[in-house]
Design a protein around this ligand. Sequence first.
Ligand SMILES: *[C@@H]1O[C@H](CO)[C@@H](O)[C@H](O)[C@H]1NC(C)=O
Ligand SMILES: *[C@@H]1O[C@H](CO)[C@@H](O)[C@H](O)[C@H]1NC(C)=O
Ligand SMILES: *[C@@H]1O[C@H](CO)[C@@H](O)[C@H](O)[C@H]1NC(C)=O
Ligand SMILES: *[C@@H]1O[C@H](CO)[C@@H](O)[C@H](O)[C@H]1NC(C)=O
Length: 264
Amino acid sequence: MKLTSTLLPLAALVQFVPATLALIDATWSMTNAPPGGLSDITFPMRIDMHPYNDGYFMAQQVQFVKVPTGSGGFAYIGLETHMNSTTGQIALSAIFGSTMNRTEPASASCRHGAHQGREGVVCNTTTWNGAGREYQLEIKNTGNTTWAGIVRDTVTGQHLQIGVLTLEDGIGGIMGDEGKGMVEWTPWTDDDVNPDHCDTLPYGSFFLGNPTTTHESTVGTQDEAHESGDCIDQVNFVTEPALAFGFLRVGIDMNCGTPGQTGE
Ligand SMILES: *[C@@H]1O[C@H](CO)[C@@H](O)[C@H](O)[C@H]1NC(C)=O
Ligand SMILES: *[C@@H]1O[C@H](CO)[C@@H](O)[C@H](O)[C@H]1NC(C)=O
Ligand SMILES: *[C@@H]1O[C@H](CO)[C@@H](O)[C@H](O)[C@H]1NC(C)=O
Ligand SMILES: *[C@@H]1O[C@H](CO)[C@@H](O)[C@H](O)[C@H]1NC(C)=O
């Protein structure tokens, strides 16, 4: 069946994570994005969990203007949690990547092969201890089709370049919509995942803030979060708008899982 064999790989590329792995999806949008796309976007994020485990990955996806059909689709930027066995504390890695064909690494921190073994490029920073702290993750054009991923610690003001990558010639800026945030529990990639795995999800608490950009008169909104994947209604998922000064909506808070679980 020609139709099936043509459509399946495309569907697989549009889907960010296998169904068994995704936990939460949350779209966002920006008003007044220029037709050629935005040249920068910043996502506020916070992640916390108890006890400390390897395994959560929270990211925002962005789509670009003028991506050739079938090239895979998007870039992403996010935080990954790790257990530091020396300190017993949570450590975070900041990740920046592209799933698009013909993306090339443009800094030493980047390599071919996107997160979860897809096409593209993934860049990774040194880890920080920083649970419960807000970070700002920025994707910024540095000329032509070259983009840098940057992470800022909002408490210390420290910022690090996660990596730099170059997209295929002719690709434009970041679209003001079609993007989404997601949370996944990465150990559940195995096909032989425990049938009761949804009950074993460790507690995690997450914040996704409204995206911002330097483009004049563009305003970003983080939409509500929804459960996705195969654990819907099974992981104690709760979400609510995150408010500043008691009334101004700044994003969304989410949590899921059960304290004491290890996610095996
Ligand atoms: C992108 O890469 C995939 C996997 O190698 C391939 O199947 C697909 O044809 C490529 N798309 C384009 C537009 O080059
Ligand atoms: C764990 O923490 C120690 C002490 O802060 C640090 O030196 C080490 O690099 C950390 N390890 C990882 C894998 O983050
Ligand atoms: C990022 O680096 C950390 C620490 O070396 C590692 O544990 C993790 O697997 C890396 N993640 C990716 C997506 O490369
Ligand atoms: C952009 O591309 C042009 C033409 O290939 C090149 O001359 C120029 O140096 C590039 N600029 C940057 C910042 O990479």
